[in-house]
Design a protein. Structure first.
Length: 92
């Protein structure tokens, strides 16, 4: 299991130890398991997702196994077709 350090405090890849570790933003690039763990723990306030138009044939689903209600904050499309969308997590 990978380790995550935030504001000088240790936390596991399951999100434990992250809450209350300090103010600010945590940016996660390329760790689907960490994003899923943080989401399941209720520690994600916003997603910024970049979609690049490349056909791979298959891939992992970002929200598989986790029910998340999202609200679109903004979206923009680049000249080459990449879409950057920002979503706010709705709290029940």
């Amino acid at each position: 299991m990978a380790e995550l350090a935030v504001a000088g405090r240790g936390g596991g890849a399951d999100g434990r130890g992250v809450e209350g570790a300090g103010e600010g933003e945590l940016v996660v690039l390329g760790s689907l398991s960490l994003v899923r763990a943080l989401t399941a723990a209720g520690l994600v306030d916003r997603f910024v997702v970049t979609t690049v138009p490349v056909v791979l044939g298959r891939g992992a689903r970002l929200f598989e196994g986790t029910a998340v209600e999202l609200e679109v904050e903004s979206s923009a499309t680049s000249a080459k077709g990449a879409v950057v969308a920002s979503y706010r997590v709705r709290r029940g």
